[in-house]
Design a protein around this ligand. Structure first.
Ligand SMILES: CC(C)(COP(=O)(O)OP(=O)(O)OC[C@H]1O[C@@H](n2cnc3c(N)ncnc32)[C@H](O)[C@@H]1OP(=O)(O)O)[C@@H](O)C(=O)NCCC(=O)NCCS
Length: 169
């Protein structure tokens, strides 16, 4: 499947407080340990190192449909991916890839030079995407996730290469 199968254009823009009900619903549909609303509100309204983006489908006769979200922290020159999800019915259309690439390019222009993230060791979809970006596994955190004791892989992308990221937009 390619993005053209989507039929509608995708727009990536900063998350706003009014997006929170949709973001929270998407988070709950995507993770076994979803964030409480106050966590998203903190990232959006208080945390100065946080950058929050959404992807939405532009529909001809209806309001845009929020289908993806990402939160990263830009700390010095490090971009930490805190969360990233795409609505189940819109997966495999490169929406997450474009969201992540857009977010990393934006952070690059603000001084970001490398990126880190944690991912469940069994999350092959996400791991495949991160490998495509050039992330590499650097450590395992045993029994990291509280719901099932799953390990976390710590992955990093060092350094971030602008041309490579641009090719994934
Ligand atoms: C992981 C996730 C964000 C991927 O979103 P997506 O929009 O479907 O991903 P994309 O379409 O951009 O995929 C880009 C590439 O990643 C890889 N990939 C994505 N999903 C995959 C899957 N289910 N199986 C294998 N590879 C996959 C592929 O290489 C894919 O490129 P391709 O379609 O040309 O083969 C989505 O599955 C999701 O929201 N999962 C639940 C939340 C989650 O796990 N978030 C990550 C937390 S670390």
């Amino acid at each position: 499947m390619t993005e053209s199968n989507l039929l509608h254009p995708v727009r990536i823009r900063r998350m706003e407080s009014s997006d929170l009900p949709h973001v929270i619903e998407l988070d709950q549909r995507s993770f076994s340990l979803p964030w409480p609303e106050r966590s998203f509100r903190f990232e959006l309204e208080i945390n100065e190192v946080s950058r929050c983006w959404v992807a939405e489908l532009l529909l001809p006769d209806a309001a845009p449909l929020l289908v993806g979200m990402i939160v990263v922290w830009l700390i010095e020159d490090e971009v930490h991916v805190a969360t990233l999800a795409v609505a189940p019915e819109y997966r495999r259309h490169k929406i997450a890839q474009r969201l992540l690439a857009h977010t990393l390019v934006d952070a690059y222009h603000s001084g970001g030079n490398c990126s880190f993230l944690e991912v469940r060791s069994g999350n092959l979809a996400a791991i495949s995407m991160y490998l495509r970006f050039g992330y590499r596994e650097v450590a395992i955190r045993r029994n990291y996730y509280k719901d099932n004791g799953e390990d976390a892989l710590l992955m990093n992308l060092v350094p971030m290469d602008l041309d490579s990221l641009m090719s994934l937009l």
